[in-house]
Design a protein around this ligand. Structure first.
Ligand code: PPE
Length: 307
């Protein structure tokens, strides 16, 4: 996870350029104030030897919605950015990888009204293995409830994936790692469970799957995929408030995200979750997710864009 990223070429402002030339000026507005938006997308090798991007249109849509929420006008069409995602994979010869579109505000004036500064866009692709570790995917990870609160819903525009909002996630993540855990779970301003630093959260109790409603969490694309996969299997999924102590007495907990995929949680705040290992429902949904991305699930092939 901490490996340095390096590839061949990066798409920047409409052009594919050599990796080391994708540099910006220090007066880049986003660098100072954090107003920028991004996406995280994964591409998988399918069983038939091809490569497919998982839910590309949904990610591109969210990128543009994030920009809209933040009064940023991306100067490219959705099709152009989608194409840049596919081109970035091809140009870097990646059969599998992570793709990071980033729309940011360039240099020009400083101060809090960047109205006339250019909105710039980069699309970068690199190889990225298991976000929370190979072992975590099987054994489950250990989390702590963060001492940091998820921003109030009127401070963090949750429907947007905004660069600066991630300071909150970074504080929580680093605190968790320094304290010997793998990941942080944040409560919202009312004390209810929101999400992990970069993942949505699900719990299972008595066979029912529960996840926090969307008001205070990112509308995760993996989240909605897993909800659909679970319901297709006849499982009950409810979106309802979750309290901290409900986490401790859950039978199973798992996190979802593009980077984290479907990662089981085996312990929170020194309380073992269920039997302390990946639970059966988590395993079923993990398998279902990996069947889709490997092209083995015909029903959900519409979620794949072949490269
Ligand atoms: N919540 C947050 C706060 C979040 O950042 C992510 C994605 C999710 C939920 C899950 O959303 P989705 O990817 O659409 O299922 N986090 C991205 C950033 C990870 C990073 O370290 O960078 C990701 O998983 O790509």
């Amino acid at each position: 996870m901490a490996a340095r990223v390096h590839g061949e070429r990066i798409w920047l402002d409409g052009r594919m350029i050599p990796w080391d030339e994708a540099r910006v000026h220090v007066l880049t507005h986003t660098l100072h104030y954090g107003l920028g938006v991004f996406e995280g997308i994964r591409c998988y090798r399918t069983d038939d030897g091809r490569s497919a991007v998982f839910r590309l249109p949904e990610h591109i849509r969210r990128l543009f919605e994030s920009a809209h929420i933040n009064l940023m006008q991306i100067p490219y069409t959705r099709d152009a950015i989608s194409q840049a995602v596919l081109d970035s994979l091809r140009e870097n010869a990646l059969l599998e990888g992570y793709i990071r579109p980033l729309a940011f505000i360039g240099d020009g004036v400083m101060g809090l009204n960047p109205a006339d500064n250019p909105v710039r866009v980069a699309v970068v692709a690199w190889a990225w293995g298991k976000y929370l570790g190979e072992e975590g995917m099987e054994r489950g990870i250990r989390c702590r409830v963060s001492s940091f609160t998820r921003h109030h819903v009127n401070a963090k525009m949750q429907k947007g994936k905004t660069c600066g909002d991630y300071v909150n996630s970074i504080l929580a993540k680093r605190e968790a790692l320094l304290d010997g855990y793998d990941e942080a779970i944040l409560l919202d301003a009312t004390g209810l469970v929101a999400e992990a630093s970069g993942e949505n959260l699900f719990l299972v109790r008595d066979g029912e799957i529960k996840t926090p409603p969307l008001a205070n969490v990112l509308e995760g694309i993996t989240r909605s995929s897993v909800i659909e996969l679970a319901r297709d299997k006849g499982m009950t999924v409810v979106e309802a408030p979750i309290t901290r102590d409900e986490l401790y007495i859950a039978d199973e907990i798992f996190l979802t995200g593009t980077a984290a995929e479907v990662t089981p949680v085996r312990e929170i705040d020194h309380r073992q979750i269920g039997p302390g290992r990946r639970g059966p429902i988590t395993k079923t949904l993990q398998d279902a997710f990996f069947d889709v991305v490997a092209g083995r699930d015909r029903k959900h092939e519409r979620w794949l864009t072949y490269v």
